[in-house]
Design a protein around this ligand. Structure first.
Ligand code: COI
Length: 357
């Protein structure tokens, strides 16, 4: 198949793997579509972008990404409605954020026209991988790595920008139990916490594995200085419902400026739900759990969408949130409202949907 674009050269795959995939039984992020987008940075500029069959790549062992972790990424999703129209959700936010993340890691910004043309061409080629229906999506993973073969500790002069795509259902299959951090930290003032830097995720794996041994799927990170402020849950931003009010931490250079997070803050305003964006203390949430005013905690992120949190532990005190499954939960309300917008099932008054034509 030939796809014509002004900027991108396209080599299509001769065969498709799609018939080997069980779309009703997908483990997050393990199956990839037939094509990928690739663009190299060399000689001070981004070279000709390409789409090619999804395949393994070779890099020199000295490629800087392996030594210094110069790598950033994004998470986005494409949705299909029942008429076969394909939509992205606020993709400009992801475009801007990947360049902000790159800037923080001393990596070059990627051009907007390549980003959008690359994404859209890829989605047209791999259109059959986007299944209609709420709950189905194609997870898109743009990322940038430092490819220059040189191991002095300094920024690379060669990079590769890529987009790979993976059909997805839910990230967490049920409500999540979380441990509140009181020793390890995810980020620090002036650090890279606000960047979607690969190393931010690797740094969480060890403390998260300790939490998993205790029966918790995620850690809710607290501020590194005092461990008294609730910040984010690694793969998600976090919201607390106390009585009928929502509370979430403000973004900072320690917290990722989540697209789902900012959409919920806007939807809360639209729905007349008070949402306070302010520092949230561990003490107030424990107090609210004790006096019964803590109704819900939920995480929000592209992969996880909205994920209810059914229990949290802090310094050996365990709190179960019994109202997690309530019919009138905010988690359910925001999830449904967001999914309806994303799947073209409801009005999009903020212009968040982006149709791939
Ligand atoms: C996303 O929600 O897209 C994320 O980045 C989470 C990911 C680490 C699975």
């Amino acid at each position: 198949m030939a796809i014509h674009t002004d900027k991108i050269s396209v080599e299509t795959s001769e065969t498709s793997k799609i018939n080997t995939v069980d779309f009703s039984n997908l483990d997050f992020g393990r199956v990839f579509t037939d094509h990928m987008f690739v663009c190299d940075y060399e000689d001070g500029k981004w070279q000709n972008p390409k789409i090619m069959p999804y395949q393994a790549m070779t890099f020199e062992p000295s490629a800087r990404v392996f030594h210094y972790g110069q790598a950033v990424f994004e998470g986005m999703k494409a949705y299909k409605d029942d008429d076969g129209k394909v939509f992205l959700f606020r993709p400009k936010q992801n475009f801007e954020r990947i360049n902000k993340s790159s800037g923080r890691l001393a990596m070059p910004a990627f051009p907007e026209d390549y980003f959008f043309e690359g994404l859209e061409t890829l989605l047209k080629l791999d259109n059959d991988w986007i299944k209609p229906g709420v709950g189905n999506s194609l997870y898109l993973r743009p990322f940038v790595i430092a490819t220059e073969p040189a191991i002095s500790a300094s920024p690379a002069s060669m990079y590769r920008f890529m987009i790979i795509c993976s059909p997805a259902k839910s990230y967490y299959n049920s409500a999540v139990r979380v441990l509140i951090a009181d020793h390890y930290s995810r980020s620090a003032n002036g650090g890279v916490g606000a960047a979607k830097a690969a190393g931010n995720y690797a740094a969480q794996f060890y403390p998260t594995s300790l939490a998993q041994k205790k029966g918790f799927q995620q850690v809710v990170w607290t501020d590194a200085d005092t461990h008294t402020l609730l910040e984010e849950a690694g793969t998600m931003n976090v919201f607390f419902r106390v009585n009928d009010k929502l509370i979430t931490a403000p973004t900072s250079d320690r917290i990722l400026d989540g697209v789902t997070r900012k959409s919920i803050i806007q939807l809360a305003e639209d729905l007349g739900i008070t949402c306070e964006v302010r520092p949230v203390t561990v003490a107030e949430i424990k107090e609210a759990a004790k006096d019964g005013s803590l109704k819900e905690i939920f995480g929000a992120g592209t992969a996880a969408v909205i994920s209810p949190i059914s229990a949290f532990e802090h310094q050996d005190e365990l709190f179960e949130i019994s109202s997690v499954d309530a019919e009138d939960s905010y988690a359910k309300l925001f999830k449904q409202t967001l999914l309806n917008i994303q799947h073209n099932l409801s009005e999009d008054k903020h212009g968040w949907r982006y149709e791939v034509k």
